[in-house]
Ligand binder design. Structure first.
Ligand code: ATP
Ligand code: LTN
Length: 327
């Protein structure tokens, strides 16, 4: 029996190279060895305001990106979270077993709710419980995510353990799997801040579907520093980030990259990085365009995915309901 992998991405904003290197790349790389479930987490996306028309489009766009990146619907179950209602139901039940204090400590909540005051929804606060439900419904072994989501996988384990200790063994405890390189790609203009799809003003991110001009100009304009050497030095976040992107898209090792740019200037390095990012994204973008020519095909794949996910999720939900004494 293969181990199960579960992961998801929110259909909001434009997917960028950070999402690819932190998450998608690893889903594809280990696809053959696992039983994979990949979700488009639209219920998570509405924890902050979304335009309904755009949300619907983004769901299909993310699905197209999953498939273009190499997710194979024969090897992986790909579906939309809101198509499987067990996710929202389990989230409610787990809410009743999760202390408020645990949620208040979540870094992502603190960051995303800063300056918003009364505009912060209860859903945003509760976001990690819905994520725990996603993961726990499928007896997940591993959750491949970027560094920023590690805390949410850890709280998932805490929630599962608490439930198991009251009702007996019900949920498997999942492990976060964080990549060695590209786990936290930084904003190109402010390299002390994570590259984020909710802040993708021009020049800050490298969107997977961007034109070559956009990609080139974002890379050429990326913040560096006043030093000269091109090496992996964590104290120089701008250069470190660009080198990490280089590593991620070329697969070269760090020593090779440093040797290649020894004695060269930032301009030359950036030009080469832009070419490598473009070379890497062009075949992906081509596949994306081909796949999305007929939107009905994507819809069919998503429906088939939901059909495969639903019985697994419902079985676990029924076990939980019965243990709790519901119904
Ligand atoms: P937002 O910044 O708007 O919260 P996001 O870019 O974090 O969005 P998500 O849908 O929340 O996007 O994340 C999808 C996946 O991409 C997650 O596994 C997350 O850890 C990973 N990820 C997100 N940003 C980065 C980043 N800058 N570097 C590496 N991985 C990232
Ligand atoms: N919170 C995640 C998206 C997400 C997720 C999941 C990831 C929702 N449910 C389950 C892994 C497993 C994020 O990337 N922001």
């Amino acid at each position: 029996m293969k181990k199960r992998v579960f992961s998801g991405i929110q259909p909001s904003g434009n997917l960028h190279i950070g999402n690819y290197l932190g998450a998608l790349k690893n889903w594809v790389a280990s696809q053959e060895n696992f039983d994979n479930v990949f979700c488009i987490v639209d219920l998570h996306a509405i924890t902050v305001p979304q335009d309904p028309k755009i949300l619907k489009q983004k769901i299909r766009e993310i699905a197209g990106i999953y498939f273009a990146a190499g997710i194979d619907p024969k090897q992986s179950t790909v579906f939309v979270q809101s198509d499987v209602s067990a996710h929202a139901e389990l989230a409610w039940i787990l809410n009743c077993f999760t202390p408020m204090g645990w949620m208040g400590r979540m870094t992502q909540f603190k960051e995303k709710s800063e300056d918003k005051k009364e505009n912060v929804s209860v859903g945003l606060f509760d976001y990690p419980v819905l994520m725990a439900s996603d993961i726990l419904l499928y007896d997940t072994d591993e959750v491949p995510v970027g560094e920023d989501q590690k805390q949410h996988v850890e709280i998932t384990r805490d929630i599962a353990q608490r439930f198991n200790s009251i009702y007996g063994e019900t949920f498997k405890l999942p492990l976060p799997v964080i990549p060695k390189a590209g786990a936290r790609v930084m904003d190109l203009l402010e390299p002390t801040k994570k590259m984020s799809k909710s802040d993708d003003r021009p020049g800050r991110t490298l969107p997977l579907l961007a034109s070559t001009d956009e990609l080139r100009s974002a890379i050429m304009g990326a913040a560096t520093d006043s030093q000269k050497e091109i090496r992996f030095d964590l104290d120089r976040p701008g250069v470190y980030n660009l080198l990490e992107i280089y590593e991620g898209v070329t697969g070269l090792d760090r020593k090779e990259i440093e040797a290649k740019f020894e004695g060269k200037g930032y301009g030359e390095f950036k030009k080469d990085l832009a070419e490598k990012v473009i070379e890497f994204l062009q075949p992906f973008q081509k596949r994306y365009r081909e796949l999305t020519q007929n939107p009905d095909d994507i819809d069919t794949l998503l429906q088939e995915g939901a059909e495969k996910a639903r019985p697994i999720a419902e079985k676990k939900l029924n076990e939980v309901k019965s243990k709790v004494g519901l119904g």
